[in-house]
Design a protein around this ligand. Structure first.
Ligand code: ZN
Length: 288
């Protein structure tokens, strides 16, 4: 499933480093500082952490505690039983899915116990800053940090372009035309990337109101929806060891259901194709 064989070793290193392996003693402390697990925790008081899911934004990342891999507990587990790459992948898929459901404490514990991490800490920072619209932090720090983790650092220009486009549209929607113009001329144009698109973007300066802008740009407007969509696009430039593709487990399950439907000899085409309309617990088959 790894797209890039050359990245295999690196992926493993990034996704599931134990404290002992990487020598980052600070990450061990970080894991302890989350308040969930006391430093002398031996796994017996796991139940203390049970409780209602903390809810939160399902699109947001797990807390930094989950992102910080290599708690002592995880390191111990990894010493006992080395997880294979596919085992690590499955743990991360489950973690991402549970996080989407808001079961964040469970995800934290899962990552600690397994010694895996949901995503690279640089990706967590990046995600948070994008969702908060902290464009300067993204441009000045986060992208540089991610660049070193990317298979093709050239893609950074495309990522910058997408980010600046969002920044530009948000200024325009807020009626901050001068600021928008500054982004267009001072930041987007110097990238020398996709000049056709820049031309189109400059045309939006003429939009008389926000609704007009959203319709012309086919954009949801400043906020969570458009920023999540942007993040989904940005993620495609990052290796899965750094940031998982969005809703990855659902994607795989949908593929499985599609394959079963294709193989179904007497398939009733009136059945709706959503995941919820079939049971995942048995293979799909229509009776004759
Ligand atoms: Zn069928």
């Amino acid at each position: 499933m790894q797209a890039n064989g050359a990245g295999q070793g690196q992926n493993q290193e990034l996704a599931c480093l134990s404290a002992a392996q990487n020598g980052e003693s600070s990450s061990t402390e970080e894991a302890h500082s989350n308040g969930l697990i006391p430093s002398n925790n031996n796994g017996n008081n796991v139940n203390n952490n049970n409780g209602a899911p903390s809810g939160g934004d399902p699109g947001a990342p797990a807390s930094s505690a989950a992102a910080a891999s290599g708690s002592e507990m995880g390191a111990t587990l990894k010493k006992k039983k080395r997880l294979s790459q596919s085992e690590e992948d499955v743990i991360r898929l489950i973690g991402q899915h549970l996080h989407g459901l808001g079961l964040n404490q469970t995800v934290d514990l899962l990552m600690q116990e397994s010694g895996c991490r949901l995503e690279h800490p640089a990706a967590t920072k990046f995600r948070n800053h994008v969702m908060e619209g902290e464009w300067d932090k993204v441009a000045e720090n986060d992208l540089n940090e991610l660049k070193s983790l990317m298979h093709s650092p050239n893609a950074i220009v495309r990522m910058k372009f997408l980010l600046l486009q969002q920044k530009y549209l948000e200024y325009l929607e807020d009626g901050k035309v001068l600021e928008a113009l500054q982004v267009l001329r001072g930041e987007l144009t110097p990238l020398k990337y996709n000049t056709d698109r820049i031309h189109l973007l400059s045309g939006y300066l003429m939009c008389s109101h926000a609704e007009d802008l959203r319709a012309k740009a086919e954009w949801e407007g400043k906020g969570t929806a458009s920023r999540s969509k942007l993040l989904d696009k940005l993620q495609t430039y990052l290796p899965p060891s750094v940031m998982l593709p969005p809703r990855r487990l659902q994607t795989l399950l949908r593929q499985a259901v599609e394959l079963q439907r294709d193989r179904c000899l007497y398939h009733n085409t009136k059945l709706d194709g959503s995941l919820d309309s079939v049971s995942l617990l048995i293979d799909h088959v229509c009776s004759r």
